[in-house]
Structure formats: C-alpha cells, structure tokens
Design a protein around this ligand. Structure first.
Ligand SMILES: Cc1cc2nc3c(=O)[nH]c(=O)nc-3n(C[C@H](O)[C@H](O)[C@H](O)COP(=O)(O)O)c2cc1C
Length: 209
C-alpha cells in the first residue's frame, strides 16, 4: 500500500480530542512497529516510556511550555536516550543475539570487538549524541506507523529536557529525554489539520548524481 496518502494525512497535531483514546490493540501494534525500528548495530540506544499518568502529564506539560498535547493526547511517548552505552551494555546485546540466533559468542567476537572499538574512541557526550540519533530514527518509525494506522501524533522537542529527566526519574536509570510524541486523535477544532503541507520542492530537495 502506498504511504503517500497516510503521510499526507498526518500532521503535527496541536489539539487532541481528550475524549478519544487508543485501544489496547492499537497501542500494542504501534509500539510493536516502533520496536522494529533499525538502529546503529541494532543496539537500540534508548528506552521508550508510555506515559498515561495524569498528574505526571500535568508536570510534563508545565515543562513543555504549557503545550496542551501533553495532557490531551491519549498517551505521551517519551524516547529516552541511553547515556551509558558501555562494555556491559554491548555484552548483554551479544548474549541476546547468541541466544536468539543460536550462535556461539565466539562467532560474534569480531562484531563485538567492532562495537567495543567504536565506544572506546568516543567521549561520553559523543555516545549520548549517538543514542539521540537512534531515538529520532525510532520516532520517525513511530510517526510513519501511526499515520498508516490513522493515529495522530505530534513530534516534539519543545520542552525542558532537564525537567523531563527529573519528573520521569531518568538520570538514575542511565537515560535522558531525547524527543517525545503525544499520540491520540485530532480535535475537530484543530485548524492545523486543514493547512497545506509546506515542503521543499523536488528541485530544492533531491540531488540526483
Ligand atoms: C523533532 C521535532 C520537534 C518538533 N517540536 C514541536 C513542538 O515542540 N511543538 C509542536 O507543536 N510541533 C513540533 N514539531 C512539529 C513541526 O513543527 C512539524 O512537524 C513541521 O512544521 C512539519 O509539519 P507537519 O508535521 O504538520 O507536516 C516538531 C517536529 C519535529 C520533527
């Protein structure tokens, strides 16, 4: 099925209908699609929080400059980047591959060494930047899957990440807020749904070489 129609239908939803919630099945399918996002080496350098708690969402709204999507959407999805991609993290991943693919750790040694080599040459900040990139990729998969399912979403980075980390207790979990996406269904009063899409014309976007 062509994705052009759903991607044209979707928009960054400003006003959600707070009476409409995703069904359990819709939420599960959307999360499953997001779980299938590719990531560098497959390390999935993030965790994904599904925030439903009303009181927490009120606090998050305040830390997101009052943006109403935080409280009115069905759920708020928070992509939280891993801050500590280290030897242990990689070892756990290699163990998982060995188990799920039925191969020996020895067979995976060159792959493991390649990842260990990468992290040994990176500063802590570079590793966090690497994690953020992967989180944004997962956001893209979520937005595309949501559009295909007729679910509205708003990608957002208009929030105070330090406050989000505090409210969600992320620092102690080795995480930091990357980007968020409230999901749900648009309000009929959201004029943004009617706005024409503004995108670079082909000649200014695509460079065929
Ligand atoms: C990473 C990212 C951060 C964004 N942050 C916000 C935000 O904080 N609040 C908001 O209302 N829209 C936000 N947007 C929505 C963009 O303004 C919107 O995607 C863009 O104008 C294109 O319009 P469309 O998504 O409706 O097609 C963000 C989009 C992206 C991709």
């Amino acid at each position: 099925m062509s994705l052009i129609q759903p991607l044209s239908w979707r928009y960054a939803t400003k006003k959600f209908d707070d009476a409409q919630k995703l069904t359990t099945e819709q939420l599960q399918e959307l999360l499953k699609a997001t779980q299938l996002s590719p990531s560098s080496y497959g390390l999935q350098h993030y965790k994904i929080l599904i925030v439903e708690d009303k009181a927490i969402r009120e606090q998050l709204r305040e830390a997101a400059y009052g943006q109403s999507q935080l409280t009115d959407a069905s759920q708020v999805i928070v992509f939280a980047a891993e801050t500590g991609i280290n030897e242990e993290y990689i070892k756990d991943y290699i163990n998982q591959i060995a188990q799920e693919r039925g191969v020996s750790r020895e067979d995976l040694k060159s792959f493991e060494d390649s990842m260990l080599g990468i992290i040994s040459h990176q500063t802590g900040d570079q590793i966090i930047a690497w994690s953020h990139k992967q989180a944004y990729l997962a956001l893209g998969v979520l937005l595309t899957a949501a559009a295909e399912m007729g679910i509205d979403a708003c990608p957002m980075e208009g929030f105070n990440a330090v406050k989000f980390d505090e409210i969600l207790g992320l620092k102690e979990k080795g995480l930091t807020t990357s980007v968020i996406a409230p999901i749900g269904f648009r309000s009929e009063q959201d004029d943004y749904a009617k706005f024409a899409k503004v995108r670079k014309p082909d000649g200014n976007l695509f460079i065929h070489i």
